[in-house]
Design a protein around this ligand. Structure first.
Ligand code: NA7
Length: 539
């Protein structure tokens, strides 16, 4: 079998599957490399109890095929991980994707061979190391796929099992009768803590930063709502794409300033959004993400809810976030704050006295030792760049991607990197990605890349790559947009601030609809900001 392809895609999550389907439909030969033994990406790995999407299920699915979206039935307002993984598998079967995916295979290196203008990709799988080559090299590696495991002293000495939420055992974990420690209070922790608390004999949560969470109000989907959406699915999708985050047209933003409303009107608006549940809360007013004073009114509302929910005032105070709301990603919860009223749950503040070390029996912080049978690391991810940088990728002149991104990720449109011809990143740093409904953003990138590849092939062009000027201006644009908001004022993973030593750069671009316009304009203008090698025919 030949090892030469038109395109090699890394990752068989939602991005890799859609890209494979598109390029194969265009007649290209494609090989997808996937380190897991199945499709699904993020939803393959994140099997922790309570794992659930925070975008509503009727929106969190592909729209490239109408029959697919008509025939698939979601059961709940927010789909749980097992159901999303079933959907991913359904798509893989329905479009016969598996035949072009090499599972249980890692990409270790990818080098651009300048003489032949092809990517040479080194993989490692069951058959041992292999070398493949292709004209196009597409990274569909996921934004949250590189687990952040803090390096605590004595980690290996702990006598019980440790789990990272993003690498959860497939057979599940039964915490019944166990003393469990959970480190972290981000989305993964907030989803899993209520369920672990029900099983465990005792649960201790170690919190470094208190987080805002709004209730999900999850439940079975109403068949009439589903029928309505399905009757006009294209219109529903189009409306959602016009939202800043490409989701939730049903809970569209009220553009007025929070400061223009009376205290009573604000209270009513927040209460209505709180009762509805989910991310719509941050759309109660138009300036919650740009005006600190407006933001403070929303923050105060949630803080009051926490105080009303948590019985013990000291615990409530500790659970009360101090930063602006929405700066770190807002969490969507089911019974999180209520869980701290349980007699078997404790909260330990590690903001001032960090976790010092793990011991054979547990962990030590603030001079106290806590004893556990199991420890859960809900400590997040090296977001957006981690999964790209762990591959040894080398472009022109043998320059590594690590070198190119030493001062933070530099891309043009979040799609292309200077000096790395014919390499594309799906939902890469510098694109709206994690600030949107990921599947919408993925399909937009897949469409743009697919059209670009088609253009090159039909015109007989060999390579395309971002120019220095365009990429520099793009990074300035991404940061400029963020700096006009409150998003840069806290230690979020959007800024890489959760990873010790990571350059502090705001990685995703705010605003999906204007981004799509720019991408379309660039393509229509003959790929402005890109250098195209028109000298040779594609092999
Ligand atoms: P997050 O949101 O990055 O949360 C990680 C949590 O772990 C957060 O509370 C961190 O505190 C905490 N953390 C990380 N390292 C440590 C150490 N060394 N000590 C104590 N606490 C630590 O990851 P999630 O998996 O919950 O969610 C990621 C995204 O997935 C989420 O936003 C959704 O998009 C889905 P910190 O806040 O940094 O002080």
């Amino acid at each position: 079998m030949s090892n030469s392809f038109d395109a090699i895609i890394v990752g068989a999550g939602f991005a890799g599957m859609a890209m494979l389907h598109r390029l194969r439909s265009d007649g290209l030969s494609v090989r997808v490399i996937e380190r897991a033994d199945g499709v699904g990406g993020t939803w393959y790995w994140n099997r922790y109890p309570g794992a659930r999407c925070d975008v509503e299920s009727m929106e969190y699915s592909y729209q490239f095929d109408d029959a697919l979206q008509q025939e698939w039935d979601w059961t709940e307002r927010y789909a749980a991980q097992p159901e999303i993984l079933r959907y991913a598998n359904h798509v893989a079967d329905r479009f016969a994707l598996r035949q072009d995916i090499a599972f249980e295979t890692s990409v270790n290196a990818a080098v651009f061979d300048e003489e032949h203008e092809r990517w040479v990709v080194t993989t490692d799988g069951a058959a041992g190391p292999e070398q493949l080559d292709a004209s196009f090299f597409i990274l569909a590696v996921g934004c949250l796929s590189s687990a952040n495991m803090p390096e605590f002293e004595g980690h290996e000495s702990f006598g019980g099992p440790t789990y990272h939420t993003g690498q959860w055992p497939h057979e599940g974990v039964d915490f019944t009768g166990k003393r469990v420690g959970v480190i972290g209070t981000g989305s993964s922790a907030i989803q899993s803590i209520p369920i672990i608390a029900e099983q465990a004999e005792h649960l201790t949560v170690f919190q470094r930063t208190a987080n805002y969470a709004v209730p999900a109000h999850n439940g079975p989907l109403d068949p009439d709502t589903v029928a309505d959406i399905k009757a006009n699915y294209a219109d529903f999708r189009a409306q959602n794409s016009l939202q800043n985050g490409a989701f939730g047209s049903r809970m569209a933003r009220n553009d007025a300033s929070a400061l223009a409303a009376s205290a009573e009107e604000r209270q009513d608006a927040y209460e209505a959004r709180w009762s509805d549940g989910g991310f719509g809360f941050m759309r109660a007013f138009g300036d919650l993400s740009i005006n600190a004073e407006s933001n403070a009114t929303a923050a105060a509302f949630v803080r009051r809810k926490i105080a009303e929910t948590v019985n013990d005032p000291a615990t409530a105070e500790l659970l009360t976030p101090k930063q602006t709301i929405g700066c770190k990603r807002l969490c969507v919860d089911t019974g999180y704050f209520e869980t701290f009223n349980r007699p078997n749950v404790d909260l330990v503040d590690v903001s001032r006295a960090p976790i010092e070390r793990l011991t054979p029996g547990g962990l030590v912080t603030g001079g106290n030792e806590y004893e556990f049978d199991a420890i859960v690391f809900a400590t997040g991810f090296d977001a957006m760049t981690g999964s790209i940088l762990r591959i040894d990728i080398r472009g022109r002149d043998g320059r590594s991607i690590g070198d190119a991104w030493a001062e933070g990720p530099v891309t043009y449109l979040g799609l292309s990197v200077v000096g790395f011809p014919n390499m594309f990143t799906i939902s890469g740093p510098g694109s709206p990605s994690v600030l949107t409904n990921m599947i919408v953003s993925i399909e937009q990138h897949v469409g743009w890349i697919g059209d670009c590849v088609e253009h090159l092939r039909s015109e007989g062009h060999q390579t395309i790559e971002a120019t220095d000027d365009a990429a520099d201006q793009w990074v300035d644009h991404v940061n400029g947009v963020a700096e006009k908001t409150l998003f840069t004022g806290c230690n979020s993973w959007y800024l890489g601030a959760n990873i010790p030593g990571k350059k502090r750069v705001f990685m995703p671009l705010l605003g999906y609809p204007p981004y799509v316009e720019i991408c379309d304009r660039v393509a229509a203008g003959g790929y402005e900001g890109f250098a195209i090698d028109r000298s040779r025919q594609l092999a």
